[in-house]
Design a protein around this ligand. Structure first.
Ligand SMILES: C[S@@+](CC[C@H](N)C(=O)[O-])C[C@H]1O[C@@H](n2cnc3c(N)ncnc32)[C@H](O)[C@@H]1O
Ligand SMILES: [Zn+2]
Length: 372
């Protein structure tokens, strides 16, 4: 017997979770489901229709039904007949048949025919790309599309040609914030999927955790809004030698580093705007008591709340700083936070963001060494 939030269910979960499981349930996605419940509570509608087009065990939808009072109708879909049978039985045991629809179709086809859903959650094995267009179409105005991606090694640069083919962008494995680059490429892809149909899919909450990336997008209609969002799609310039980094528009791309003259690496196109809507972050934090969150979800939210106060493109890490700038044995991250007026980042335990210009960061290096 397993329990997640208010849902009790019987399932055999192997030591190593894999897509081979008869009915898929990944306990390591608990934080992912926790945060989806919080975002659901934020939706600007009193009652909502929600859809999990790759529902698997269906625990996500059941938690939405049992732990919030917002769900008017839940649409479950999964190609696996075993998953469908499992979910049906679970729904019956909670007497929720009246509020639940069960389907078993290919998810991208299923989504294509849906419209006006207030919350759609795309959570596939691997890349979400085949489901994005349908997902964008299915979401209602001001509704939310949630996207998980587990092809993080593609997005973060281990397989650059696959990233270019699948997402249309060049990643940057050599930057210490390569996971942030991957997340920003994923955001760009969804923004583009929206803008081609005159929708503005604005990222409102993003993170990287364990083996996956996750972004929530709020949908608005109109070519003007879509154009405005595209202003925040650009490129990343990065210097491996002195760690200079900058998010730029295409016309601002330059070849050599303004600080040390080395040739610059260029990643993108990618999202160079905000990763979080700070009002939403505060709201999620305020609501943290309203659903059953795991301690790890709370820890992640706390870290993101701090991090979202400085929305820079890229962050520094203690080890990259030490290596590139010849700091020898670098001091602990706390010293960096003091000297560079920084905040910590959820992407890396030894990472920090600073609003200071790179020039100012280089200038304060000696101060850091004195304090160490
Ligand atoms: C990662 S799991 C989903 C987890 C679930 N959303 C949750 O929150 O626990 C992916 C599920 O998608 C199903 N699936 C895979 N490809 C599919 C497709 N093309 N159409 C519909 N379902 C699919 C699998 O059977 C599996 O149950
Ligand atoms: Zn440089």
């Amino acid at each position: 017997m397993l329990r997640e939030g208010k849902v009790l269910f019987e399932l055999c979960v192997p030591q190593v979770v894999s897509s081979e499981m008869e009915v898929f349930y990944n306990p390591h996605m608990r934080e992912n489901r926790d945060i989806s419940l919080l975002v659901l509570l934020h939706l600007p509608f009193p009652k909502v229709k929600v859809c999990d087009p790759m529902g698997a065990s269906g625990v996500r939808l059941l938690r939405m039904l049992l732990e919030t009072d917002k769900v008017e109708r839940a649409l479950y879909n999964d190609l696996s007949q075993r998953a469908v049978d499992f979910f049906r039985a679970l729904v019956r045991s909670y007497s929720l048949e009246d509020r639940v629809e069960v389907h078993s179709r290919e998810a991208s086809l299923f989504l294509r025919e849906l419209r006006g859903i207030h919350y759609v959650d795309i959570d596939p094995f691997g890349s979400p790309v085949p489901f994005l267009e349908g997902g964008v179409l299915a979401v209602a105005r001001r509704g939310v599309l949630a996207v998980s991606a587990t092809d993080t090694s593609v997005l973060s640069g281990t397989y650059p040609s696959t990233c270019l083919r699948r997402y249309g962008s060049r990643p940057l494995l050599s930057a210490e914030f390569y996971h942030e680059v991957g997340l920003r490429i994923l955001i760009k892809k969804v923004v583009e999927e929206g803008s081609k149909m005159d929708f503005a899919m604005r990222p409102i909450f993003s993170y990287s955790y364990r083996h996956y990336y996750r972004v929530f997008f709020q949908k608005e209609l109109g070519a003007k809004r879509a154009d405005a969002l595209l202003q925040k799609v650009g490129y990343l310039l990065y210097c491996q030698r002195c760690l200079y980094r900058q998010g730029v528009q295409i016309e601002e791309i330059k070849r050599s580093c303004p600080h040390c003259g080395s040739s610059l690496l260029v990643a993108g196109p990618l999202w160079i705007g905000e990763l979080w809507d700070t009002e939403l972050v505060e709201e999620l934090w305020e609501r943290r008591g309203s659903v059953e969150l795991s301690p790890t979800t709370l820890k992640l939210l706390r870290r993101i709340r701090e991090e979202s106060k400085l929305q820079t493109v890229g962050f520094y890490t203690v080890s990259a700083f030490g290596r590139a700038l010849g700091v020898g044995q670098p001091p602990p991250v706390e010293k960096f936070l003091e000297v560079f007026e920084g905040v910590r980042t959820h992407f890396s335990g030894e990472g920090f963001r600073t609003a200071l210009s790179h020039q100012e960061v280089l200038r304060r290096k000696d101060e850091l060494l004195q304090r160490a």
